[in-house]
Design a binder for this molecule. Structure first.
Ligand code: FCB
Length: 434
């Protein structure tokens, strides 16, 4: 590593992130069916038709995995609770075994001196709620609030930080407009409603958690730099539209009480009635903002219907996901985040790359390059307070199944044996507390 912990401010936190459906093994412990199970069961949606039924079997190997977090010298473990594990029908009956599992997880973190950073929704929506329209339905706000209430009552006293929803853009746009993630819709009205209801549900969840006296509450958004393919006005307009939908819509809702014009140009006719009256609920005061950052997109105009942009192949070196490596974008988004969040602590809540192999020099280079950006952001006065790697383990990479390996620790998906990669060993040395 080109850095050690000592190169960062004394209270700066390093973490690793995972999510429930991607590692736990959803087939165990009385968890209910989710829209990811049925999306994966539908041919053509997921590489090899793979699902999260077994995943990394973290449900049975939690202690070993938490030992890896602690031995890696991390400070924070960012994880999610699965709605369908806690409430198999999405509403009503609570699966006590599910709550017990998360209770043991939180205690296991605290016993190891790790800070539990909770996410309440990382994408596996209970199927009965999907049947009722899922994120298209405004009632999601109430259903989500009820689930958050159950989790907050049980875990809230021991959680270090919490964010309601991981990556609103993926939940709404990627899943309801591009159709790449569950529920696999390609419908502008569905997408517009999901974008708004995700934020509404975020606000409701913050209120519920505050009501239980929980502190250190934030939001986690993802960002991709929009690079116009050339200098033409049309390419710039296309990139601006992409940027508005991807990067500015959710920040606008959370911090400015409005959505960007370039997004409203296409979405306004499809938003729910009186959407503009919801911002007092959406804009609950927050304690921090989390950024998930991986890449940029090269954008060109299609000449077709709104949003009128296309993703083009870019010239930069790419990860195993085909994502261009563009650390400069992290600087850009830390500044954009500061413009909106106005001094709130900023955390890089996900960053990392898919790469094969155990001697993952390329992953080390990626991490070094992005940490250099974090350091320069701190030097220019931006309030960056932590950096978390995606991910602890190789895991279920959604529509790409088990092929794409983001872990610092290798998982053999036949034997489920965990093997730390070079990046894990190097980070462990760099993060040692002197
Ligand atoms: C993010 C997701 C995470 C993982 C990484 C690679 O968008 O939050 O679950 O899939 O990308």
């Amino acid at each position: 590593m080109e850095f050690t912990r000592q190169d960062f401010p004394e209270r700066f936190l390093f973490g690793v992130a995972t999510s429930a459906y991607q590692i736990e093994g959803h087939g165990f412990g009385g968890a209910g069916q989710t829209h990811w199970d049925t999306f994966a069961a539908t041919p053509g949606n997921v590489v090899n038709g793979e699902n999260g039924a077994l995943a990394c079997d973290h449900y049975h190997r939690m202690d070993e995995d938490l030992d890896l977090v602690a031995a890696g010298n991390f400070d924070v473990y960012r994880f999610s609770t699965s709605w369908a594990r806690v409430m198999p029908e999405g509403r009503g009956t609570v699966n006590q075994r599910g709550l017990d599992f998360y209770d043991r997880l939180v205690d296991g973190l605290l016993e190891r001196g790790l800070k539990p950073a909770l996410t309440l929704y990382h994408w596996e929506l209970p199927s009965p709620l999907a049947d009722e329209g899922g994120w298209r339905n405004r009632a999601m706000g109430d259903w989500f609030a009820d689930y958050v209430d159950v989790v907050a009552r049980r875990l809230g006293d021991r959680i270090w930080s919490a964010a309601p929803i991981n990556e609103p853009w993926c939940v709404a746009w990627l899943s309801h407009f591009e159709g790449h993630h569950a529920p696999g819709l390609r419908d502008i009205r569905a997408a517009a409603r999901a974008m708004h209801h995700v934020l509404l549900s975020h606000g409701r969840a913050i209120e519920v958690m505050r009501g239980h006296g929980m502190t250190n509450l934030g939001a986690v958004c993802n960002f991709e730099y929009a690079q116009p393919v050339d200098d033409s006005p049309a390419a710039h307009r296309a990139a601006e539209t992409y940027d508005a939908i991807y990067n500015r819509f959710f920040l606008g809702g959370l911090f400015r009480g409005t959505y960007p014009e370039a997004a409203l140009d296409g979405l306004a006719p499809y938003l729910p009635v009186r959407w503009d009256e919801d911002f007092s609920s959406i804009g609950q005061p927050l304690d921090w903002l989390g950024l998930n950052y991986y890449t940029r997109k090269v954008i060109g105009p299609t000449g077709g219907a709104w949003p009128g942009y296309a993703y083009l192949d870019g010239p930069l070196p790419k990860t195993d996901m085909g994502w261009e490596i563009y650390p400069e974008g992290l600087t850009h988004f830390l500044r954009l985040a500061q413009d909106h969040a106005q001094g709130l602590p900023l955390y890089v809540t996900e960053n990392g790359m898919a790469a094969p192999g155990l001697r993952d020099e390329d992953r080390l280079a990626y991490i070094n390059a992005h940490l250099a950006r974090v350091r320069s952001a701190i030097a220019e006065g931006l309030p960056v307070a932590g950096y978390y790697l995606w991910s602890l383990l190789d895991n279920y990479e959604w529509a790409l199944g088990y092929d794409k390996r983001f872990g610092l620790v290798h998982v053999d998906f036949d034997t489920l044996v965990r093997t730390p990669k070079l990046s894990y060993e190097k980070l462990k040395l760099a993060l040692a507390k002197s």
